[in-house]
Design a protein around this ligand. Sequence first.
Ligand code: GLA
Length: 669
Amino acid sequence: MTWSHVDNASWPTSGLSYGADYNPEQWDKDVWKDDVRLMTQAGVNIVSLGIFSWGLIEVADGEFDWDWMDEIVDLLADNGIAIDLATPTAAPPSWLLASHPEIRPVDHDMQQHWPGARLGWCPSSPVFRTYALRVVRALADRYGHRDHVVMWHVSNELGGGNGRCYCDTSAAAFRDWLERRYGTLDALNKAWGTAFWGHTYRDFAHIVPPRGNDAKNPSLVLDFDRFSSDELLAHYLAEREVLKNVTPELPVTTNFMVGAEPDVVDYPRWARHMDIVANDHYTRSPDPLPEQDIAFSGDRMRAMTTQRRPWMLMEHSTSAVNWQPRNRAKTPGELIRNSLSHVGHGSDGVLFFQWRASRAGAEQFHSAMVPHVGEDTDVHRDVRKLGRYLQRLAPVMGSRTPQARVGILFDDEAGWAMAKGVKPNNHLAYGRIVRDWHCAFWRLNESIEVLLPWSDFTGYEVLVVPGLFLSDDETAARVRTFAEAGGTVVVSFFSGIVDEHNQVRLGGYPGAFRELLGAWCEEFRPLQEGETFTLDNGWSGAEWAELVRVGDAEVIARYSGGHLGGHPAITSRPVGAAGRAVYVSAALDSDALLALARSLVSPSEAANVPSGVEVLVRRSDEETFTFFVNHGGHDVVVRAQGLEMLTDVSVSGGLQIPAGEVRVVRSGT
Ligand code: GLA
């Protein structure tokens, strides 16, 4: 795979990036002056401009009005604020939707989207593509060579609204995609197992996307997911090509939505087309551990860059979002703690949605860097404080997180395959399973990376394969090689069940890892709601158990009581000289997972910090930056040596971390 990430020399800002989506079009011009005054005061050095401005730039078909944008581009330049200029294609103008209603996407139940939201376009529509590329070209020609336009932000959260389109245009494109993928109908029929229900296809023209609500062939559904991701990627690449033609030197990115669930598109497979990998991350409520959600997304982001290069936090919120049933306001200190956690996890920037809270429109009650009340607010005071902190943290730029000890495998295709179609327990959620394992090691303050099937596995002590429902032979072989080289592999229940075509691997689950594990599952024994199980070592759990048979593995724990009583639950098999392969057949609760995780890694110093303190490390050739994030409600003291960067105090021995705050210690390597 080739990667094209920019190096730090071409990072768009000279210090850590600090800013927001900026939507000046929502405000009168006298507000713009106040905006730049407040931005300068807060240390904002970059804004994402023009994301939803298509209807205001191209006011009628082919008729452009640049006046307002010229003015704001000049104003930002005059005030030394860099622009991450967005192509405005996320929100087509009303005239385009009116003149070409066919571009609107269609849901699986064949309901066409109405105008009025955003991303209301079919990714396969040639009509939309033509209009989109025209406005992109016009924008690039007009502003691409301005000095302070430092980066391109393609569209916005591609797939957030148009992730799957089932219209006839999409259906035709899907058939073309299938012909390219399989070559012949025979190959497709075999891969999809279409003899089931006699669905064998006799002509590519007979294939339709998985429309409707009834049970569909899971192999078809998975390929439609892959196709949909590829179609949106093709759109991104088409815009990118236009931009690169005009400004080959400017980095191009688009904002991902990487969290704990399988993504709407396959970001890991998109990432190599980004010059800088950028993410939008929002904590959700209720979530007992939003800080672990932040850690999880950061640990995923690093695997999408080359060699743990910095990535960019393109959006998060200063306080409440507006799209949840109950929108929780952040607690005092949380804005700064969240932001610096992202930096500790490898982001070289902190950007928010958005600069100024909107008066009108669908996001009226979303928090912002400038709240409705104005600058005399706790949120805005924290925004200014964060700006000062980020300036002090400038030396962190370009440093990388060191090699982690724990790798956790994550794959969107596996997640899609698990999420769609009927399963033995339809309450199992891929993201939940992976996040539970991540949480166990996170609670130990372990360094973790959430790896991709094709990541380099060397250097990790432990490789966890949680709920990797779909696994191809190559991934299975790479996992085996890791154990043979002396690593500890941990495979959880419901991994390696199907191959890349979503067909079950026979002979005992998990087929992809059975030989490596020396144990197999003969029958799934999902639990009913409210049921629990216990093991003979006292651990317990719910939702999932299995009837396990053992070959040459040893039994670590057995089910206790019930119809599985006495049967193996957790097994371990030595591999090569020093490796081992552990199988966990049951969905353990968090305390059991914590105990298991503790038994799998060698002791580390980070595990000895006071509880509630997260330790994150970034390193350059000469220096180490240690972030201590106190998520707890009490002041604590940690052992540290060096210069504390936020308070500019030198530390030798004990460093106090006030409740809810962060400290960053700079020291030699
Ligand atoms: C996303 C979008 C933004 C905004 C925020 C609100 O991240 O990219 O435009 O809608 O959500 O949380």
